[in-house]
Structure formats: structure tokens, C-alpha cells
Design a protein around this ligand. Structure first.
Ligand SMILES: Cc1cc2nc3c(=O)[nH]c(=O)nc-3n(C[C@H](O)[C@H](O)[C@H](O)COP(=O)(O)OP(=O)(O)OC[C@H]3O[C@@H](n4cnc5c(N)ncnc54)[C@H](O)[C@@H]3O)c2cc1C
Length: 403
């Protein structure tokens, strides 16, 4: 049975089915084989909150196995050595992975190159020397990267960044602070945004560079460790070949990432929403109250019907935005709408699934609160919903009234 009138192109379906089969083979068994490890926060994180060596090993195993199987870089442009599948495949694969694996089998996050942590279209902007230096190990999954834009005093308004890149001979010396940088604690490279004489520019910086320091792991939602970090850059020297794109046009380089990020997070929202909805449908048919399965009560089933309707709409919006991007269109308004809507509806679906489970909904065992945490973050990360609304309104007032 299909709910979508236009089937996905064959190569997209094959890519999605292939990556889901890969998750069956390489992700789910790793979680099963290491079940005690994944349940034990003290084993997952070191004392300072970084991922433990064992966890990094498992992540690298998944990344490299996926690269070898041809999935990791399947959405990376062919010019960079990837399979060149576009945004639609990226959307379909991520949605499928989040839907299938849920929040507990989270090694799934490393099966497909995330635009900010692995190779992506963003790297089309780097110099030939940079490609030769770091592309091979990013493509084969041995190494990873991170995206350093936000700063303590510059979030939604990224134009407020104060990190500076000051000329030194042919190159620059970068000094400043970055915050919330995901994957920074384990990344080998960081795309650092800094002000040069001519405007905001982006540089590819090895995290092992002298003066580059991950200062603090940021812990979220009561976890004892995390993947977001605060970074200090103190006179970090970068050479001309490390510039990403054109000097002073750093935001243009960032835009490639932003589109992929919004596709990713829309897919994450719909995927988790579907995973949670299906759990709620199952549970409501077995849990009884007042002599009947709770599914018999419309107070239980109608909100689930609403959630399904919303997720269906979000899914269609995701597919549409991805297709617009694949057609070479910027889809600024549509993608903003898609991400804002998908996050709200995904979050609402997970919340409704928690309610359907009663007290069980709050247990670690169910994983529903983990999905809720994940989507609650997406309402801020990668452009808050207010900022997305601001973008949509700006487009409308400029006369972009096509809906
Ligand atoms: C888990 C996580 C991971 C992240 N990973 C990264 C990363 O890898 N790299 C990176 O560079 N950044 C990352 N970020 C940072 C993220 O991009 C910022 O959090 C986001 O841009 C919002 O900035 P802020 O948190 O400083 O909020 P602020 O910009 O301070 O906003 C605070 C509130 O004011 C609202 N607001 C601001 N301006 C307006 C306006 N004009 N109209 C209406 N409301 C407004 C916002 O919507 C928000 O509700 C991450 C954040 C999180 C939570």
C-alpha cells in the first residue's frame, strides 16, 4: 500500500531500501551485542563528558562499513567521489532510518554522511589542495568534521560573530570562540567562520592545529556527557588553501549546508514521529482500561489520527522541498515551511505517543522521551522556528505568494 501518488524514482527507492537493509545488518546487531554498554552512561562518556574510546570505535566501525558498502557518501556529489544522489534520496534515506531505528539505535546517525560531520556538497567549495589533503579520509569514514558558526553572542543572527581571521603573510591567524558545535569533541576538522578584512569567511581547520582547543563539552537534558562543545581558537594559523569558497563570502558556502541540514531535520522529525505513532497504535490496542483496549476510546484514537494526518502532510512537504532543491531551485520559503512544520508535527506526534502510553511513556525503556528531546532540540538548532517564520514572512512580503 502506498500513500503517495508519485512514487519515488527507482534509484532513490533502491538507495533507501539498501541503506535500511544495511542498518539491519550493521546497526541493530551492534546495539544488541552492546546492549549493556549503551544502557550505561558512565561507559558511553568519559569523565569530562566526551564520548568514550569504545563509543568512538563503534561509531567509526559503522561509518567505515557504510562507506565500504557504498552508502555513506551516496548523496555526495560525483565530482567529490560520491554517488551523486540528491536531496530527495537524502530525505528518503534519513526519514527511513529515523523511522526504522528510532532513538535507541542511534549508531544509525553515522550510516549516511551528515552534511556537517562528513563529506557533502559543501566541500565542492574547498580548494584542490584541501580536497587532496582531507577528502579521502572523510569519504572513507575514518575521519569526521564539524561546523563552527554559532558563538556565545551570535546565534540566530550569525552576522554578529566576532571571531577574527587576521592576515599573517599569505595566510591568516584565527582567534575567537565557538559554541554548540556538534561533533566537535571527536571531529578531525572544523569549518570555522571568521571575519577577515572583506567580510565573513570560512576556513577548513584541523582540530589538531596549534591554538585550537575544545574547551568544554556541553551537557543537555540531564545527560552526563554530550556531542556539543565550546571551542576556543587562539591565533590558529591557516594557509590560503584552507579557505572555503571566496573570502568574504562565507555565508554563501554555509547555505549549501543549511539546505541539507533542513532536509535532514525535516526527515528526522517525520521519521521519529512515524516511529512513535506506530508504537502508540500498538500499545493502545493491547492496554486495557474500563473493560476495553484504550484504542476503542476516541479520546485516544482521534489524536493519533490527527498525528498521522500531520505527518503525512509533513512527509509530502519534505519530498516536495527536496525535489525543488534537486531541480536547482533555492526553495527558501518551502524549505523553511517544511522544517518548521515537520518539527512541530513530529514533536506533537511523539508527545501524543507519550500520553498514549501513560506512565510507561516516560520510561527510558520506551525511548519516547529520547525522541522528544531530540526533536525539541531541532526546534532551535539549524534555525529556530521563529527565524524560519521570519524567513517565510519576508518571502511573502517580497511577493513570493506561490503556495
Ligand atoms: C543541540 C544543538 C546543536 C547545535 N549545533 C550547532 C553546530 O554544529 N554548529 C553551529 O554553528 N551551531 C550549532 N547550534 C546552534 C544553533 O544554530 C543556535 O542555537 C540557533 O541558531 C539559535 O541561536 P541561539 O541559541 O543563540 O538563540 P538566539 O539567537 O539567542 O535566540 C533566542 C530566542 O530568540 C528568538 N529570536 C531571535 N531573533 C528573533 C527574531 N528576529 N524574531 C523572533 N524571534 C527571534 C529565537 O527564535 C529564540 O527563541 C546548535 C544548537 C543546538 C541546540
Amino acid at each position: 500500500m502506498t500513500a503517495i501518488a508519485l512514487p519515488l524514482p527507482e534509484e532513490v527507492q533502491a538507495a533507501r531500501d539498501g541503506i535500511l537493509a544495511f542498518a539491519d545488518k550493521e546497526v541493530l546487531p551492534r546495539h544488541q551485542d552492546n546492549a549493556d554498554f549503551f544502557e550505561d552512561s558512565r561507559a558511553l562518556f568519559d569523565e569530562d563528558g566526551r564520548f568514550s574510546a569504545r563509543l568512538i570505535e563503534l561509531i567509526t566501525e559503522v561509518r567505515t562499513a557504510s562507506a565500504t558498502a557504498g552508502f555513506y557518501a551516496m548523496c555526495v556529489p560525483q565530482a567529490l567521489g560520491g554517488a551523486g544522489l540528491g536531496h530527495l534520496a537524502y530525505y528518503a534515506a534519513w526519514e527511513g532510518l529515523f523511522h526504522k531505528c528510532g532513538p535507541k539505535h542511534w549508531l544509525m546517525l553515522y550510516v549516511l554522511a551528515h552534511w556537517a560531520f562528513g563529506p557533502s556538497k559543501l566541500l565542492e567549495q574547498v580548494t584542490e589542495q584541501a580536497k587532496q589533503t582531507f577528502l579521502p579520509d572523510l569519504m572513507n569514514g575514518q575521519q569526521s568534521m564539524c561546523f563552527g558558526l554559532s558563538e556565545p553572542n551570535a546565534g540566530s543572527d550569525a552576522s554578529m560573530i566576532t571571531t577574527k581571521a587576521v592576515r599573517d603573510g599569505d595566510g591568516w591567524r584565527i582567534s575567537g570562540r565557538k559554541i554548540w558545535t556538534t561533533n566537535a569533541p571527536i571531529a578531525d576538522y572544523c569549518v570555522v567562520f571568521a571575519r577577515t578584512d572583506v567580510g565573513i569567511s570560512a576556513f577548513m581547520v584541523p582540530t589538531a592545529s596549534e591554538g585550537f582547543e575544545v574547551q568544554r563539552i556541553i551537557k543537555l537534558f540531564g545527560h552526563i556527557g554530550g556531542d556539543e562543545a565550546e571551542i576556543a581558537l587562539d591565533n590558529v594559523y591557516v594557509e590560503p588553501w584552507q579557505l572555503v569558497g571566496t573570502e568574504g563570502k562565507g555565508f554563501a558556502a554555509a547555505l549549501y549546508g543549511v539546505s541539507l541540514g533542513r532536509i535532514y531535520n525535516s526527515a528526522r522529525s517525520v521519521g521519529y514521529g512515524r516511529w512513535a505513532l506506530e508504537m502508540a497504535l500498538d500499545y493502545s490496542q493491547t492496554r486495557e482500561a474500563f473493560g476495553h483496549p484504550i484504542a476503542d476510546y476516541q479520546g485516544v484514537s482521534f489524536p493519533l489520527a490527527d498525528a498521522a494526518t500531520d505527518l503525512h502532510a509533513a512527509h509530502l512537504m519534505g519530498i516536495n522541498s527536496a525535489m525543488l532543491l534537486d531541480a536547482g531551485l533555492p526553495a527558501v520559503k518551502e524549505l523553511s515551511m517544511t522544517k518548521a512544520f515537520s518539527v512541530q508535527k513530529g514533536l506533537a506526534a511523539v508527545d501524543r505517543a507519550i500520553q498514549t502510553h501513560g506512565a510507561m511513556g516516560f520510561t527510558n525503556e520506551m525511548g519516547l522521551t529520547e525522541a522528544w528531546h531530540s526533536l525539541r532540540i531541532v526546534n532551535v538548532a539549524d534555525g529556530t522556528n521563529e527565524i524560519l517564520n521570519r524567513t517565510i514572512a519576508q518571502r511573502l512580503y517580497k511577493g513570493d505568494l506561490d503556495l
